[in-house]
Design a protein around this ligand. Structure first.
Ligand code: SF4
Length: 519
């Protein structure tokens, strides 16, 4: 175990809280010490949720350890049931409680409550938040559907041809990256090809909704970190196929449509034709040619990191120079993607290691989590956030999906704009030595009047009262500095000369000032 200031993922019971917070009619009793209530803030502060997570903590203290902590669990479960009247309950423990070995889940199951109680055993010392969310969702779905599983070997009945095909969207959850809008975007996309959405879970679902999951013709796994285990179990138990392509990016959305079309038996050709993607518009722009080959470093959860690498390389023409994830459960997918992009995969949950990689690779853009935003800021590199963990500013009020064709447009806006625009960069290189581009040149769009105005504004720095004057050779040398930093160089040199008590600025003063401020 390592002491750390930042962490990509919390302990697994935070993952369980994400599932509980996503749903209605579900309550989670967490055997945990007093300090654990901090976790409520994640939801109310980062996502601005309007209510506390539906979690009751046993909040044992040091003095309770000498007595019967199991009794605390029984009391908390009973009180939570009576107060909140949930239609299903999760009961589990946090890291410290795991050491006491009260086994709260089994204990609560034996209490004879009139609602389903799903025990959670989440090994806090070997697993983390995403695994906790995935395991909780799986145990919940499995626990509720246990009585409906068909006998082994039975066939799934064919869909009534008079009914539209229907799918479940599995995986969106509290503290997931832009999940709210992804659900809207993908539901619209499915609607446009004649597929109905039956259940969205865990976000917004009730325990009764989970009981209806098998009624859909297939499942769509929107976030493998949370729903892949459940989709696999539903496939094994209910012969329910599932869509594996995550529709982030134009290419992936088109593949997603193909996969859905095949499972639903619908023609997705027209939808692909009229896709509302702005990618062709971008690709035809002059600016896009200057982005080609921009060096990008990518780090995040596996789903978003793999998607970001594909979009970078195939849709925006960037060069992927680094790719990694903190999601150990999906490291294999990231390794495969890194292989495709010809880079070494970085699988770690140590943000200092990530920082070392970014510093060594010197990319022009970092696509990462909130952690990488800090890293990039420190290193002066443009950055866009592509994955959880994220900051409150990544929960925008406006509609901003990551998935589907509109998601690709949102991604374009948020990734490309932190970069120096290509054309801008090109013009800077082309004109930096031009005689018209100097500090005193007026903006060309203001015409001659502005030129006269510009002439009237004689360089104040050379007047006797304004401090040390410039030697003509030093002025000439100053003009060799790119115009966009020349003003700053002039001001720094004058300040340095004044502070050093010099009367004239020579070429030597110019370079001394540069060395002084560059230290
Ligand atoms: S139980 Fe674990 S998560 Fe909770 S306060 Fe203690 S160390 Fe932190």
């Amino acid at each position: 175990m390592q002491l750390t200031l930042w962490t990509y993922e919390g302990p697994p019971h935070v993952g369980a809280m994400r599932v509980a917070t996503s749903m209605d009619g579900l309550h989670y009793v967490l055997h945990a010490p007093q300090g654990d209530t901090y976790a409520d803030l994640l939801f109310t502060m980062i996502e601005r949720r309007d209510k506390r997570p539906p979690v009751t903590y046993t909040t044992f203290q040091a003095r309770d350890l000498g007595g019967d902590t199991a009794d605390l669990v029984r009391t908390a479960v009973l009180e939570a049931y009576e107060r909140f009247k949930p239609r299903a309950m999760l009961v589990g423990e946090s890291c410290t409680a795991e050491l006491i070995q009260d086994q709260p889940g089994s204990m609560a199951q034996g209490m004879g409550l009139p609602v389903p109680v799903v025990p959670l055993e989440l090994p806090a010392y070997s697993r983390k938040e995403n695994w906790g969310a995935s395991e909780t969702f799986y145990q919940l779905v499995r626990g509720l559907l246990a009585g409906q599983v068909p006998a082994p070997g039975s066939e799934r009945p064919a869909r009534d041809p008079d009914r539209r095909p229907r799918a479940n969207l599995l995986g969106p959850s509290a503290l997931g990256f832009h999940c709210r809008d992804d659900v809207i975007e993908i539901s619209r996309l499915l609607e446009s090809i004649g597929v109905d959405v039956l259940v969205v879970a865990p976000e917004g679902a009730t325990p009764e909704d989970l009981l209806r999951i098998p009624e859909a013709d297939f499942n769509i796994c929107l976030y493998p970190e949370v729903a892949r285990t459940t989709c696999k179990w539903l496939e094994r138990s209910f012969k329910q196929p599932w869509v594996k392509t995550v529709p982030i990016g134009v290419g992936a959305t088109r593949e997603f449509l193909d996969e859905v079309g095949e499972l639903a038996g619908v023609d997705v050709g027209p939808m692909k034709q009229q896709a509302a993607s702005r990618l062709p518009w971008y690709s035809r722009s002059v600016d896009s040619t200057y982005f080609t080959g921009k060096r990008v470093f990518i780090f995040g959860d596996a789903t978003h990191a793999v998607a970001a690498a594909r979009i970078s390389a195939e849709e925006l023409g960037f060069e992927v120079v680094g790719l990694g994830t903190y999601s150990r459960e999906l490291a294999r997918e990231v390794r495969a993607a890194a292989d495709r992009h010809g880079v070494e995969p970085l699988i770690t949950d140590d943000y200092l290691e990530v920082e070392r990689h970014v510093a060594a690779l010197e990319p022009e853009l970092v696509l990462g989590t909130q952690m990488e935003r800090h890293i990039a800021k420190r290193l002066g590199i443009g950055c866009a956030v592509i994955s959880a963990p994220f900051h409150v500013q990544d929960c925008p009020a406006r509609y901003s999906p990551q998935m589907g064709f509109e998601g690709a447009n949102v991604i374009f806006d948020s990734w490309v704009h932190p970069l120096t625009m290509g054309l801008e960069e090109h013009l800077l290189g082309m004109f930096r030595e031009d005689f018209e581009f100097h500090d005193d040149a007026p903006p060309s769009h203001l015409g001659h009047a502005a030129a006269a105005e510009g002439e009237r504004k004689a360089p104040a720095a050379t007047t006797p009262d304004a401090g040390p004057g410039w030697d003509p050779e030093a002025e000439q040398e100053l003009k060799k500095i790119p115009f966009f930093v020349r003003g700053k160089a002039r001001r720094n040199t004058e300040r340095y000369a004044a502070e050093s008590g010099l009367e004239r600025i020579t070429v030597e003063t110019l370079y001394d000032a540069k060395a002084h401020f560059g230290r």
